[in-house]
Design a protein around this ligand. Structure first.
Ligand code: ADE
Length: 238
């Protein structure tokens, strides 16, 4: 079955955007996955086609109306009743490789992109949407977040990545950052590629990479390092 993304947005022309290129673009052209957009503005009912209004309680910006968003969600669910419904917001749970993997194994997702200062909370509750953030920074809208999520999922679909092994091995699969990579030339600007990588000794290469991955994770991502250590303590052979 084809993995399917239905994107609800005020800016359908932003899609497929970067996903029309490279690995994701080729997979899209092959039909390994499908991308549809729904223009939220099509569900506006007044003559100005308004989709937002000022926030109750005051404050800057505009909030997307629950009635308009709800009608757009209904249209998406009519097309794709079995897909999980995700809304992008900096208030959401942080997206992880674990969640990406689970979504890639499923049938796809309906992705609601908020704009302005957010979406009326009632429609998020009413539809029991899963709220996802892609990081602790604020985007001007959910569209780049939807593109990030789709890219991360699509590359995991069967047949999309050249070498299946590289997916399993890389960053986060084992809770560590990826080890650094080198290619030719062996010496560049007085910097030489570590000797062990050119030794042909596969066991030594694996040990060096493991040590680098651990050292870099400890230095750069103490949060990941703590989680990794806790896991290693609970199951020392894992
Ligand atoms: N919308 C605005 N900022 C966002 C973020 N960091 N993640 C997901 N959606 C967003």
């Amino acid at each position: 079955m084809t993995w399917r993304a239905v994107v609800l947005t005020l800016f359908p022309e932003m899609f497929p955007g970067p996903l029309g290129h490279s690995l994701a673009g080729k997979a899209l052209a092959r039909g390994d996955w499908a991308l549809e957009t729904i223009d939220i503005r099509d569900f506006a009912t007044d003559r100005h086609r308004s989709v937002d209004d000022t926030p109750f309680g005051g404050g800057p910006g505009m909030v997307m109306r629950p009635d308009v968003v709800d009608d757009a969600v209904s249209a998406a669910l009519e097309r794709a009743p079995d897909l999980p419904l995700i809304v992008f917001t900096p208030r959401g749970r942080l997206l992880t490789q674990r969640r990406v993997r689970a979504l890639a194994e499923g049938p796809g997702a309906i992705l609601l992109c908020g704009r302005y200062e957010g979406i009326d909370e009632r429609v998020i509750r009413h539809r029991r949407m899963e709220e996802i953030s892609i990081g602790d920074y604020v985007l001007s809208g959910g569209e780049p977040a939807a593109i990030v999520l789709m890219d991360a999922c699509v590359r995991l679909l069967p047949g999309v990545m050249g070498e299946a092994a590289s997916a399993a091995e890389e960053s986060f699969a084992h809770g560590l950052l990826e080890y650094p990579q080198y290619t030719r030339p062996a010496t560049w600007k007085d910097m030489t590629v570590p000797e062990v990588l050119r030794s042909g000794d596969h066991a030594a290469v694996a040990a060096w990479r493991r040590a680098q991955a651990e050292a870099d994770t400890r230095d750069r991502r103490p949060d990941l390092w703590e989680a990794y250590r806790a896991l290693a303590e609970a199951a020392p052979t894992a």
